[in-house]
Write a protein that binds this ligand. Structure first.
Ligand SMILES: C[S@@+](CC[C@H](N)C(=O)[O-])C[C@H]1O[C@@H](n2cnc3c(N)ncnc32)[C@H](O)[C@@H]1O
Length: 315
């Protein structure tokens, strides 16, 4: 950017130039990205932005804004530049150590809450849930978005969250603390459910009965390594490989997670899994066994089968 642009610009002009710069670089959602970066450097909200189009911006603010725009144009995700992403009405810290929470993952929470409510109805109880008596685990918690959203909705539930990445767990723990859920969630470094197995010597749980869950929920890595070259640069070069790739094909981790979940669910317990855009044909057969019943597929807003959920049979 020529230095004259950082001399003195009003809000409207800065926004227009930002959108233009991002559009030239073929950045998706260019207007939103320019707005978010301008809001970030000015520490203002969107109402202020559109109510003060003629306000002149400080040269230092403009300098920071154009520096961020150039990084966005080079492929860094907006959320890495602002350090945050909203999910389930809550603001999450995100860093390059965690997957940026995606809107489609909110369907996972909706399906889990709906199915837990239906279980209550079937048992002749009030479907309005507090989470009383429920033990839940989120596998591959990343930023902690799923575990924390469930902690918000189910104030009396006991919640565990695992991740294989210690740096992701540090972000999840910070999010839980900042959002006021630190005492509600036990975070564990674990390969899938390994740290929750009775044989695991450092298991925080000693009573075998409490190793069984009412709900196991997960958005596992599900992209195939073979798809790497088709991924947008924002994802491929900036989000952690351990959060993206499930194996060469992408669906490999489900083959480990589903049998482990069968061993860790109470009879009638629920498994709720997010799916990749083409995972369903490979994953559904893993749940079409006598161990599972009431299999449901839920589509996302784009009509893609996004959530697979099932109930552990009583036997
Ligand atoms: C797709 S991200 C999901 C993050 C977060 N739950 C969300 O929905 O935004 C998958 C997460 O699983 C973690 N992960 C990958 N392999 C794992 C494994 N074998 N056991 C536990 N966590 C794993 C990654 O570190 C990453 O945080």
């Amino acid at each position: 950017m020529p230095s004259q642009q950082t001399k003195s610009l009003d809000v409207r002009t800065a926004l227009k130039q930002g959108i233009h710069l991002l559009r030239e670089a073929r950045v998706p959602s260019d207007t939103l990205a320019a707005e978010l970066l301008l809001l970030h450097v000015t520490h203002r909200d969107r109402t202020w932005l559109y109510a003060h189009p003629e306000e002149l911006l400080d040269p230092q603010i403009l300098e920071s804004y154009f520096a961020l725009l150039r990084r966005r144009a080079a492929g860094e995700p907006t959320q890495h530049l602002t350090g945050k992403q909203e999910f389930w009405g809550l603001e999450f810290e995100v860093t390059p150590d965690v997957l940026i929470p995606r809107p489609e993952t909110e369907h996972l929470i909706e399906v889990a809450l709906d199915r837990l409510a239906v279980r209550e109805l079937r048992a002749g109880r009030d479907p309005k849930l507090t989470g009383e008596g429920l033990t839940i685990v989120d596998i591959g918690t990343g930023s902690g978005c799923i575990a924390i959203a469930l902690a918000k909705e189910l104030p009396a539930a006991k919640i565990f969250a695992t991740d294989i990445s210690p740096t992701a767990l540090a972000v999840a723990q910070r999010n839980a603390t900042r959002l006021g859920f630190t005492n509600r969630i036990t975070f564990l470094e674990s390969n899938l459910l390994a740290a929750l197995s009775p044989s695991f010597h450092q298991s925080p749980i000693t009573n075998h009965q409490s190793l069984l869950f009412d709900l196991i929920i997960s958005n596992p890595p599900y992209i195939g390594r073979k798809e790497t070259s088709n991924l947008p640069i924002e994802v491929r070069d900036h989000e952690p490989a351990s959060a993206l790739y499930g194996g060469e094909e992408g669906y490999e981790l489900y083959g480990l997670l589903i049998p482990q979940s069968a061993r860790h669910l109470k009879p009638g317990g629920l498994l709720v899994l997010e799916l990749g855009h083409d995972s369903l044909p490979a994953v559904r057969p893993l749940l079409e066994t006598p161990q599972w019943t009431n299999l449901h597929v839920t589509n996302d807003l784009a009509g893609i089968p996004r959530v697979l959920s099932a109930e552990r049979t009583a036997s």
